[in-house]
Structure formats: structure tokens, C-alpha cells
Ligand binder design. Structure first.
Ligand code: PLP
Length: 375
């Protein structure tokens, strides 16, 4: 049985160019980047080159990049870091109901520390209304955190409008861009954000590395205190190995043209499903404001997890891969107001640079076989 990977939103393979760039740091350059002797030189300069590559992708200064262990840590650093730095100025945070658990759970934690959090609702396509944000901000608000693109349905939020509203009110704005890097533009000036999280393993770098953009002048309290690494914002000897991987991946992610082919494949996939199944398939997410690689489809009156179990060899997700294994409606689909009958049959297919037309055609055929078979 041919194996087909359609779960790029869960994780991507490491790009061969990324692996090549990392190899010398696996084998030869072991020095501590902070040391003052010859063994540090290569590691330190590679670390700073990598920082420059991440900064170039985001359109920011090198010193505005803090390396982290991934998207979850970057999100935790943004939320807790701002809260603990600014809690004498205010205690209110605004976010949305459809954030990844790496935002929702730190918010719940901060609520236990005395923060008040507003979770903005979304419409049927998974988008928030900027006017809801405008109404939610109070003089006690210190941070707004709204994800750039949703991991389950791919819906892209109106970040520019939301960030403008926050800026007008003097409130810091964070976006979780774990899913958008390398798929759509993520220039921090154009988006107008003060903080932005990225996750290496969603963008063809290894797991265990990510970064947080922190605009100059925005104060954050570190989560990890120690020696003054990363401009005093994240203690711990940096891994040149992982930073080099992320840097190379970010260099590759500046070219968004591979996404044209991915988008065409994704649209071909959806057209074929519609042709074969008509109104027995429903698209979840925004029809146009959506990541080019993401296709979240409900097979009406089916259970997504059961469908996947019968789709031998096809890697895809129900709900979100980060918390799969459940058959109840995902909180994202629930917030979108999708009925249980439709939402239970949701399957997320996420394509990537390695996806081929032949793979999509095989996936369509296997879906056809599964839906034709008795339940
Ligand atoms: C939107 C979003 N944010 C954050 C994360 C967490 O990133 P990491 O796995 O690097 O901790 C994920 C991972 O699924 C995600 O999709």
C-alpha cells in the first residue's frame, strides 16, 4: 500500500538543504557560541547568520529575534513574558476562541495568576470581526494575541486591521504565525505586529526549534532566567545546530512560489471531491482567506476518525493532529458553529512541497472506495 503524507500542518519533513546546512554542526562545530576562544567562533557566527535569515524572512532587525524550542515556547514567552513585564499596568488579555492550545493553555494559566482574558468569537468561516476586538479592548488591556492562520481549517485572520486597532489603543499585539510561515507573507511591518511566533518543524526545519520576534522597545520578562543569552530574554546555551536549521528553512521560506503549485493541487483535490460526492462534502474554513495548502473537508454524517482509520496509508488529521485521537467536535469547529453532524466528519488534509498530483489522485480514489463501502 502506497503511503501518502497529507499532514504538513502537523509537521513537515526536513528539507534536504536544511539537513545539509546542519551537518557540519552535528559533526564538527561543537563550541559554545558564548565562549571566547577558537571553538566558539564558528558556532557564534553561524548562530548570528541564522538569526539574520529569520529576521530577513520577517523583515525585522536581527536583535528582535529570540530563538526558542518551538512554537509553543514562543507563544508562552509572548503571553507570559508580556503579562509579567506589564502586570503593574494592566491585567487584561484579548485572544480568540480558535487559538492553538499553545495559546489557550498559557491564557488559562495566566487567569489562575489573576489575568482576565477575553476570547473573541469567530464567524462560520473561522474569522473574527475586528469590531469585536475594538469593543473588547479596555484601559486595562496589555496584550492582544490573534493567530495568523488556523492550524485546523487554515482560515487567515485580518491581522493588519486588528494590529492597527491595538496600536491605536497603545496595546501590544502578538500573532501566532506557526502555520503561516512559508505559506503566506509574514512581514512583521506589513502585518503591524509587535510579537510573532514561528515553529521550525512546520516549515521544513527540525522539531525543537522556533523563534519569537519581539519588536525593539517591547518589554518581556524571560521564562527561563540564567546567563544573559538571547539579549537576556531566554537563558540557555543556544544550539547553533538547530538555529542553522531554522535559518536555512527561513531562507527557503522567503520564496512563496512553491505554494502556487500546492494551491493548484489543493484546489484540484477539492474539485474532485465535489465532483464525486456533491453535497455529501462540506468545506470547513474560509473559501478564500485560507492557507493555500489546507483542505478541511467534512464528510457529512461520517466520523472523521473512522474515515481516516480506513484510509490505509494516508496520513491526515481529524480535528488537530496535536490533540488527535478524540472523536468529539474540535473546539475550533465548535466555535465556528458547525453542526455536530457535519463537524464530526471533518478531515484535515494539508499539502506541502513534496505533494504530487499522483498522490492527490490516489487519495481521491481511496476516499471514493471508503465512502462506497458499507459503514
Ligand atoms: C498554530 C500553532 N501554534 C503553535 C503550535 C505549536 O508549535 P510547536 O509544536 O513547535 O510547539 C502549533 C503546532 O501544531 C500550531 O499549529
Amino acid at each position: 500500500m502506497r503511503r501518502i503524507y497529507l499532514d504538513y500542518n502537523a509537521s513537515t519533513p526536513i528539507d534536504p538543504a536544511v539537513a545539509d546546512a546542519m551537518k557540519p554542526f552535528l559533526e564538527d562545530h561543537y563550541g559554545n557560541p558564548s565562549s571566547g576562544h577558537w571553538a566558539a567562533t564558528m558556532a557564534r557566527s553561524a548562530l548570528e547568520t541564522a538569526r539574520g535569515q529569520v529576521a530577513a524572512l520577517l523583515g525585522c532587525h536581527n536583535d528582535e529575534i529570540v530563538f526558542t524550542s518551538g512554537g509553543s515556547e514562543a507563544n508562552n514567552l509572548a503571553l507570559k513574558g508580556v503579562f509579567f513585564a506589564l502586570c503593574d499596568k494592566g491585567d487584561h488579555i484579548v485572544t480568540t476562541q480558535i487559538e492553538h492550545p499553545a495559546i489557550i493553555e498559557p491564557c488559562r494559566f495566566l487567569e489562575r495568576q489573576g489575568a482576565r482574558v477575553t476570547y473573541l468569537p469567530v464567524d462560520g468561516s473561522g474569522r473574527i470581526d475586528p469590531d469585536d476586538l475594538r469593543r473588547a479592548i479596555t484601559p486595562r488591556t496589555i496584550l492582544v494575541s490573534i493567530m495568523h492562520a488556523n492550524n485546523e481549517v487554515g482560515t487567515i485572520q485580518p491581522i493588519e486591521d486588528c494590529a492597527r486597532i491595538a496600536r491605536e489603543r497603545g496595546v501590544l499585539f502578538h500573532t501566532d504565525a506557526a502555520q503561516s510561515v512559508g505559506k503566506i507573507p509574514t512581514n512583521v511591518s506589513r502585518l503591524g505586529v509587535d510579537l510573532l511566533s514561528i515553529a521550525g518543524h512546520k516549515a521544513y526545519a527540525p522539531k525543537g526549534v522556533g523563534a519569537l520576534f519581539v519588536r525593539r522597545g517591547a518589554s518581556i520578562e524571560p521564562l527561563i532566567h540564567g546567563a544573559g543569552h538571547e539579549g537576556g530574554r531566554r537563558a540557555g546555551t543556544e544550539s547553533a545546530l538547530l538555529a542553522v536549521g531554522l535559518g536555512k528553512a527561513c531562507e527557503l521560506a522567503r520564496d512563496l512560489t512553491p505554494m502556487d503549485r500546492v494551491r493548484a493541487l489543493r484546489d484540484h483535490f477539492w474539485k474532485e471531491l465535489q465532483k464525486r460526492f456533491g453535497n455529501r462534502v462540506v468545506l470547513n474554513g474560509h473559501p478564500t482567506h485560507r492557507l493555500p495548502n489546507t483542505l478541511n473537508v467534512s464528510f457529512v454524517s461520517r466520523i472523521g476518525a473512522e474515515m481516516l482509520a480506513r484510509l490505509d496509508g494516508i496520513a491526515a488529521a481529524t480535528g488537530s493532529a496535536c490533540h488527535s485521537g478524540r472523536v468529539e467536535l474540535s473546539p475550533v469547529l465548535e466555535a465556528m458553529g458547525i453542526s455536530p453532524e457535519v463537524g464530526m466528519g471533518a478531515v484535515r488534509f494539508s499539502l506541502g512541497r513534496g505533494t504530487t498530483r499522483a498522490e492527490i489522485d490516489v487519495a481521491v480514489q481511496r476516499l471514493t472506495d471508503v465512502l462506497a463501502a458499507p459503514e
